[in-house]
Design a binder for this molecule. Structure first.
Ligand SMILES: [Fe+2]
Ligand SMILES: [Fe+2]
Length: 313
């Protein structure tokens, strides 16, 4: 198939590894999937410390389950990416550890306090749900298929985040203030989760034309705002005045995109923000620490034993 044929045939779950697909499609799908897989892994590393830091056994167990889910999402997506034949899973994991892999803006920032955890588990996972639900109709069938399982688990993550938010916002005045402070810090980053406005998004048109994406950044951001503005207020959070949010009538909202710091967004996205270096350093250490496990399985595989499992990451 050439690119025009791909565009003509593009539809939900239309293409799979048996299809002869052009380089442009395979590269674009790899870039998108690798970004998504990297983000799952980096999100898991941001939350991992809370398996210890969470204040009760129940919360620790929930964080433990969530972190395992996110690592699993990453692995499934690397497999769906690998099937495109552009990069191997190991190459993608090496790139991530070496600082060459790109991932979501929100996972570059440090998260130190327990009161910040609903910012990821409720708001960022809620934003992720908006995007991921639309990817069940992606034209790359292995991607869409992975989304069936991932969306199911993300639904649980949002409930877990919402439960922590509810508990903290029903806690002491001090707890409520701390959550409000965290919300004010994270809110602009969360609004940037969906990336730049469609006019400035370099890859948007091609991705839509070949059916890899089915919704634009702006549509997804607005859909998130329409749902989560109200939820934030229900729990007693005050939406910061800046960036300005405009009501467009009939309960629909839109952010004034020029109020967001896109320069910082680009620095972060290029892995050049100081927090990025710290997050990626943690990932590199973890990859190196488990290298002996991978080497052992590789040796066994070479010696004719069972194939290497994927557990070492
Ligand atoms: Fe996930
Ligand atoms: Fe999640």
């Amino acid at each position: 198939m050439n690119v025009d044929e791909v565009k003509q045939n593009a539809g939900p779950r239309e293409f799979n590894p048996r299809d002869d697909l052009p380089e442009e499609y395979r590269k674009a799908a790899t870039r998108m999937l690798e970004f998504h897989a990297n983000s799952e892994i980096m999100g898991a590393y941001l939350e991992r410390p809370f398996i210890r830091k969470a204040p009760s056994l129940e919360r620790k167990m929930a964080f433990s389950a969530k972190v395992q889910d996110e690592i699993g999402h990453g692995q499934m997506l690397y497999r769906a990416a690998e099937a495109l034949g552009v990069k191997t899973r190991d190459e993608m994991l090496d790139d991530l550890a070496n600082g060459d892999g790109k991932f979501l803006n929100c996972f570059h920032y440090p998260m130190d306090s327990y009161v910040e955890t609903p910012m990821i588990a409720f708001f960022v996972d809620g934003a992720a749900m908006r995007r991921q639900a639309t990817l069940k109709k992606s034209s790359w069938e292995p991607y869409a298929h992975a989304m069936d399982k991932i969306c199911f688990e993300e639904g649980m993550h949002v409930k877990h985040g919402e439960s922590i938010l509810r508990e903290l916002m029903n806690g002491s005045r001090r707890e409520q203030e701390m959550v409000q402070d965290a919300f004010e810090t994270w809110w602009p980053r969360i609004l940037q989760f969906f990336g730049p406005t469609d006019d400035d998004s370099t890859h948007h048109d091609f991705m839509s034309e070949v059916g890899l994406k089915t919704c634009s950044n702006d549509q997804l951001r607005n859909s998130f705002l329409n749902g989560y503005m109200q939820k934030a207020e229900e729990y007693g959070l005050e939406i910061p005045e800046y960036p300005r949010i405009r009501e467009q009538g009939d309960g629909q909202y839109e952010v004034v995109e020029d109020d967001l710091d896109w320069e910082e967004f680009v620095t972060v996205s290029q892995n050049e923000y100081e927090g990025s270096i710290e997050q990626i350093g943690g990932r590199k250490q973890a990859r190196e620490a488990a290298s002996w496990v991978r080497d052992m399985f590789d040796e066994q595989t070479a010696a004719g034993a069972a194939p290497s499992p994927t557990a070492a990451d």
